[in-house]
Design a protein around this ligand. Structure first.
Ligand code: FE2
Length: 293
């Protein structure tokens, strides 16, 4: 059977494919528009990789790496990059992305994606690392905004300025995680709508939506901190921000992410349908506005 080519237009809302659903997806072929996977779940799992290649025959697949630590001062893990390159070449995905963060330190993998200070030195370091990743993969890389819980006093620019400069210097594109924008804005005290307004729209190639969990803020009694757990439905204020983001960026590929306490695949599909409905509504409204104007 013919493989779907990576240059085939991927559109609408896709679903993050996690290992508990892979048999179901291969056997029942649910109507997902596209799938996104973490290569780190497959690199040491030949059986899962075989199933993924079978799924790939029927769905466009995007690769979202969580192990290429572009923010690590020690440099990109070249062995891991080579393994991801081989994996990506075999899968021929529609998009390849990763986080603006570091997740390795002195050769150890950390459980969390740790944010970075936004200053000139970090910018130089990341420019080098993204160049290396794009050369190493032989493809454009999309960089995702992180969920933030604290800032660095050494930062000399905000996240949007930092990301914009990074796209200028490397030609990378952006993956705007709308839930992360909401979570960071709440935790750091800025306006998420202004963040979306200021992001360079022409560079944004994908959107993410995931669930967060509210926890008591230990530093501020009575206040809540939002944690990007990917263990819940997309929250209503995030849907509203997503609607706004679609107005700004257009109906670009959008992913539903759920990584902990994973529900049925049908539940994930229902979330994707809601995102598709928002994109369709915007697509219907905007031409009508243009005609009226
Ligand atoms: Fe994300």
């Amino acid at each position: 059977m013919k493989m779907i080519s990576s240059d085939q237009e991927v559109g609408g809302a896709g679903v993050g494919l996690r290992l508990p659903h892979i048999h179901e997806v291969v056997e029942t072929r649910p109507p997902a528009r596209w799938l996104e996977i973490h290569p780190e779940n497959f690199l040491a799992n030949p059986h899962a990789t075989e199933l993924l290649l079978e799924a790939r025959r029927h769905y466009p697949v995007s690769v979202h790496t969580v192990g290429i630590s572009i923010g690590s001062a020690a440099g990109v893990d070249r062995t891991h990059l080579r393994r991801v390159r081989a994996f990506v070449d075999g899968l021929d995905p529609c998009l390849v992305s990763g986080h603006l963060a570091w997740s390795t330190h002195q050769g150890e993998y950390l459980n969390d994606l740790v944010p970075l200070p936004y200053d000139e030195e970090t910018l130089r370091l990341l420019t080098e690392h993204i160049d290396e990743v794009q050369d190493g993969l032989g493809r454009a890389y999309l960089v995702e905004n992180p969920a933030s819980y604290f800032g660095f006093t050494s930062s000399t620019m905000n996240e949007v300025e930092f990301l914009s400069e990074l796209t200028e210097r490397t030609g990378c594109r952006l993956l705007c995680d709308v839930s992360n924008v909401y979570v960071s804005a709440h935790n750091m005290g800025y306006d998420p709508y202004e963040y979306i307004d200021r992001l360079p729209a022409q560079s944004v190639g994908e959107l993410h939506l995931g669930g967060f969990t509210a926890e008591p803020d230990e530093a501020l009694p009575g206040a809540e901190i939002l944690v990007d757990t990917h263990a819940a439905f997309v929250a209503e204020p995030v849907w509203a921000l997503y609607d706004y983001a679609v107005r700004k960026f257009g109906a670009i590929p959008t992913l539903i992410e759920w990584d902990d306490e994973i529900p049925s695949f049908a539940t994930l599909l229902a979330e994707a349908i809601r995102a598709d409905q928002i994109m369709a509504r915007r697509a219907a409204v905007e031409p009508a506005r243009a005609a009226a104007g």
